[in-house]
Design a protein around this ligand. Sequence first.
Ligand SMILES: [Zn+2]
Length: 310
Amino acid sequence: MRRLFHVALRIGIDLGGTKIEGIVLESGREVTRLRVPTPRDDYEATLAAIGSLVSELEARVQGMATVGVGIPGTISPSTGFVKNANSVWLIGRPLVDDLSSRLGRPVRIANDANCFAISEATDGAAAGAAVVFGVIIGTGTGGGIVVRGAPLVGANAIAGEWGHNPLPWPGADDEPAPECYCGKRGCIETYLSGPALAADHMRRAGSTEPVPQIIVRAANGDSDAVQTVDRYLSRAARALAAVINTLDPDVIVVGGGLSNIDVIYERVPRLWDRWIFSAGVGEVARTRLVRARHGDSSGVRGAAWLWPDA
Ligand SMILES: [Zn+2]
């Protein structure tokens, strides 16, 4: 059955290192979803896989859609080519032009953390907020900024990349500063990512445990685990206070695996006032810290919302 009236169809694609996921939003509601393995190390095959995914999704909904793509990297404003991607076979490629010509329509591409922030700012946990800082804390620490519904990309397309700034206000507990894969030491990511939390617990408590187990043991009062979580929350509060001092967002929304740690939302805002300029003098910072509403779906949803006026 052909559609007899216009509805806004938006395809969002999350181009990940192991899978490519696509959804169709119809008037903002997800109507179908498809997932295929990423052809690793093969750029042409990656283009072809995205082309087939779009064809299949449009066949399912019997209509033509706008297409937005989230990538684990960004498009360089100087060259128009992909940069900073951990899917290295995309680096230096004119992905926007190649996908646009393959799909016969303009395609918008954004960093996957920006897509996360767009999703949560559009119809997620930060809906309606003027300035939103979205952070993904999992195997790494990504970030994206949305201002009045639009992504803030920045002159170098790195706005929101807080994870490779140094941990602010370090103390004796934070020494020695861990080495980071980016070549520096003491980056926020080396303290706040999931592997960093587990490594910190290992260094201090001497036991190798997965993060969820450390969290459960802390909740049950185990002293080593309590101290690990306390150190973690202090670091998170300082890292986010520095963001508040710079961007002053209305909402900070957290996604990724570590967004499931409940105590973050209750305790970090109690800790961060100490580090926020002007708070702590009888004033409490108004910034809200919330968990992502769309969970793992925020990447694809935000990619679809790269066309807000479709
Ligand atoms: Zn780093």
